[in-house]
Design a protein around this ligand. Sequence first.
Ligand code: 5AD
Ligand code: SF4
Length: 475
Amino acid sequence: MGKAFDVGIDVLAGGSTAGTAPARASDMEPAMQGSGDSAGAAKSFYIETFGCQMNAHDSERVAGVLLARGYRAATTAAEADLMLYNTCSIREKAAQKVFSRLGEYRYAPKGKVIGVLGCLAQQEGEEIFERAPWVSLVCGSASYRKLPELVEQLESGGRRVMGLDLDTDETFETEITRRDNPFRAYLTIIEGCNYACSYCVVPHTRGPERSRHSDAVLSEARRLAEAGYKEIQLLGQTVNSYRDPSARGLNFAALLREVAAIDGIRRVRFTTSHPNDFTREIVEAIDDTPELCEHIHLPVQSGSTPILRAMRRTYTREEYLQKISWLRGARKDFSLTTDVIVGFPGETEADFEETITLLDTVGYDGVFSFMYSPRPNTSASSLVGAVPEEGKKRRLAILQERQRQIQLCRNETLIGREFEVLVDSHHAARGQWAGRTASNRVVNFVSERENLLGEFVFVKVTRAGPNSLVGEQIS
Ligand code: 5AD
Ligand code: SF4
């Protein structure tokens, strides 16, 4: 199983699908945005995105802002006048990758503007200008509303322009968002994070939690439905702690029901949920509402209560398992995925064993697993009891192998079952289509039909691997 960031769930694919939307993993291949027409004299931009789905969607919104300012999307990074990197700093490897990428622009042609956006920008700030003096724009996600002004400063000759405020109580509303996937639209409902997990840079890089007004969320969802989107994915670092700041005061479960009721929307997903804010009401809303998809990504991080305490996760193993039991008791057959960190400071073999038994107990359909990586501005970075790299690697390998077996067993029980699949890609060489079930499982299948992209079809599962299913179209 791959590795990932706190938001998102494109977990189950393994590598078996072709050409789907940007996945969520922070170590995924960067998603490229450009591909517009190259006519006209307008300045052009290109965005390369690292990291999670929040970042992927932020890039879509930044693209919207630039298009509204008269920029056009460049076809390649090489030809762009403005080259933006939307970055991730969740683990050290992710941050290193950005710097090595930036290194490629050391000798960028005169007049080409290089900008760094996102979490690394917020974390490193001015340091970026020191490490990569050819960069002239540094802007964190909480300051994207100011991007037009910042770009204006650059256009009028500014050399080093920064937007790093975190003290914003507004969210990043855009007039236009350029969406890259024609079937599934991301919609951010809450930004930032009010938790303080001891290993995590996000509260530092994305700032405090800010929920969007429900009116703004619902009108955007209606526009998406009118534009033909069938699936909406609500995004937030802790999406389920949503609390409508308007007088209506909707909680997350109520908002889910309202988004699902919009005409034309066939599927609603959301990510990432925090266990602490995960309520029975959410399970009931999903159970009651056909459009709400039966997949929950609920990061556990560790199966050991003492380690959870050291991580400041605010729940125990037992409290987490209690929430899992609500899901297992639901009418819908939920699929569950999670994130796990191995080798957190002080993690003993016995603690690690608790994580393994938790995987067995829950029966996840996907796990994003990571070796602990100390990060600047986090309280865990000063903890004693570091687990040596070799030990972390060994634990990660054991965990991934166990999880692979769990997934294979679970998927094999699905042989013979029929699922409705939203088709999102075609693999021409294999003559296969691929899509996702409501439970977010990837199904590859063959069909007599010519073009199925964006269609809902029923597929009967004939074979199962650890990361995806194979089937035949039945209608
Ligand atoms: N080291 C390793 N993994 C981390 N994550 C977050 N911070 C760290 C870190 N410092 C993982 C968590 C989180 C996911 C997005 O990334 O599992 O849920
Ligand atoms: Fe990071 Fe914890 Fe907030 Fe998730 S809940 S973004 S892990 S601080």
